[in-house]
Structures are given as C-alpha cells and as structure tokens.
Design a protein. Structure first.
Length: 327
C-alpha cells in the first residue's frame, strides 16, 4: 500500500513539475495572422486549460526562429517542411508535433504579361531568412538560372522595378503586391502547388531531445494549438481581433484588411486538397516529395524519411539515432 502511495505521489510531483515548466514558442516571423491559432489558444486560455504554460516570443531580423531554437532560447517553433529537412540533414534532430499547412503557398510574380518560366537568368527576389528551397529546385530543374536577390520582409524592390520577379506567399507578399497596384494574371503568377511542387509548409517543431523529455507537455501544447486554429475557423472576426492585438503590441506596420486577407488564405491552405478536411498531420508522401526534389537538386546530402521527422509511433520509445552515422 505504501509503495502504491509513493508511486502515485511521485507521478503527481512529475506532473506538477512538467506543468510549471514554460514552453517558449517562437513563430518563424513577426506577429501576423499566419499564427492566429496560437494567439487564440493563448488569449482564450486553451493552453492554461490544457495544463501547459506557453509564452509566445517572436523572432527578430537579427535572430530568426531557427537561430533561437538552435540556441535553446525557445522550445518550439514553426518551420516550413523544407527548412526542417535541411536542419535534419545538418544533424539537428527535430520532431514535428503539429502540422497546420496542408498546401504550398509560394508563388513567383513577374512583371505584367511576362511568364516567369520564360525569364532565364532573371533577377528574382527571395527571402533573406530562407523559405525559397522549392523555387531554387525549380530554377535548377528547368534550367532557368535565376539570379537570387535577397530581401528582408517586403516587396519594395520588385514594386520599384529593381527585380524581374519575386517570390511571394499567397497569404502575405501576394496581397502586398496587390495593394501596391501590381496586376496579377494567370500569365505572370506561377503557383508552385499547381506544378508538382505542392509540399506542405508550416508545422510546429521541437528538438527531438526536448520532445523525448517532455512528451506530455508537447502533446498538450499541440492539442491546445489545434483547438486555437479550430476556434479561429469558426470565429474568424474574433480571431482577427486577437491577431490585431498582437500586431499592435509588437508595433507591426500592417493593416486590418491585409491581416483579414492573410487569415482567410492561411485557413484555406489548411484544408487538404484530396480529403477536403483540416487534417493537422504531416503527410508521408509530401515528406518524400520534398526530400526527393531537394536531393535531386543537391540541397540535401541524402533522403530524409518520414520517420526521422514525425513523432515516434510509440510515445515511450522516442530515442532517435543520429541519421548521419546510420547506414
């Protein structure tokens, strides 16, 4: 009887200890509707109800989300699938605990009436913090030899005529260009999702080491985050109000119309094309596609498998060997 009581007390101590530890969550960009579900989960108390403490800290231009994760300054972050594959290839072991994006949002926009696929050697804008892996693959595969020009966070270079084309996200820079008066047509907008590059983007990642030590916390954090997104779908106006509070608190130069458009598009991208449902899961076939494309175009040294990036099937066996030393 004493042994049973002792074990029960130890389990309670472990649960309290886990709940007392804060998960610092860093989205991969500054405050905007792209991360609405997490803001909702915090604002509506979903994290608190799940028994997990979460603090949202955004990255800066000098310290991107990946850098914060590498330095152990956050325990969870959002990454695009291609980014995660690159990190794993470098030997930085990650685990995907929640997938929000089911479709690719990247486009190339060129000057009016010009087809991006006919502009060999074009000067094309790409984000300085990454995100352009599939575009680089496409440029190599189709022998376009794009000259990549890095930009920080807006479309000013392209709008000013300094670039022939620019990469854009359909939920972000695309609408910046529309607001800047750029004409969008089927001819000058190339959507990667429609040309064999429909690779999932945003997911929530932790280091596999942290996940192994905090599996229950990770599960609760993921479930509460999912609940936040599901609430945003049903209450888009209220979700937008919450987003704008974060935008204002972080002094982000944007407007409500832009954030409303972003939220609508982000929510649309969460619906899988085939099942027509919000699945919130990493698809093995998309991991395979992304890995194959990046290996073929020398962006990865080897194929990264689904099992290397997904949560362990058995939650009690989360130890993971270093893939660089395995055969």
């Amino acid at each position: 009887m004493r042994r049973v009581l002792f074990i029960a007390m130890m389990m309670m101590v472990q649960m309290v200890s886990a709940q007392d530890e804060t998960i610092v969550f860093t989205p991969q960009w500054t405050a905007q509707a792209q991360f609405a579900g997490y803001y909702v989960a915090e604002a509506k108390g979903f994290y608190r109800e799940a028994g997990v403490k979460v603090r949202i800290e955004h990255p800066s231009v000098t310290q991107p989300a990946m850098s914060r994760l590498r330095k152990n300054e956050c325990q969870a972050t959002t990454l695009q699938l291609c980014q995660a594959l690159e990190l794993i290839d470098e030997g930085f072991s990650l685990v995907n605990i929640l997938q929000t994006s089911m479709n690719n949002a990247m486009v190339i926009v060129s000057a009016s009436d010009k087809d991006p696929l006919t502009q060999k050697g074009a000067r094309v804008g790409v984000w300085s913090v990454g995100f352009g892996q599939l575009a680089i693959c496409m440029s190599i595969k189709d022998h376009l030899d794009y000259q990549w020009v890095r930009f920080a966070h807006n479309v000013n270079l392209f709008a000013a005529g300094a670039l022939d084309a620019t990469l854009a996200m359909s939920y972000n820079e695309y609408y910046q260009l529309v607001q800047a008066g750029v004409k969008m047509t089927d001819k000058n907008v190339y959507r990667f999702c429609d040309h064999g590059y429909n690779v999932q983007e945003d997911g929530v990642y932790m280091t596999r080491e942290y996940y192994a030590q905090h599996q229950e916390q990770a599960r609760r954090f993921a479930q509460a985050s999912k609940k936040g997104w599901e609430w945003a779908v049903k209450h888009p106006k209220e979700a937008l109000d919450i987003v704008m509070r974060y935008v204002d608190e972080n002094h982000i130069a944007t407007n409500r119309v832009m954030q409303q458009l972003m939220l609508q598009e982000v929510l649309r991208l969460q619906v899988d094309r085939e099942s027509k449902k919000r699945e919130f899961r990493l698809r093995p076939d998309m991991v395979k596609l992304a890995s194959r494309l990046m290996v073929e175009n020398l962006m990865l040294s080897r194929e990264i498998t689904y099992d290397e990036i997904a949560m362990p099937r058995n939650p009690n066996t989360s130890k993971h060997h270093n893939p660089k030393t395995s055969k």
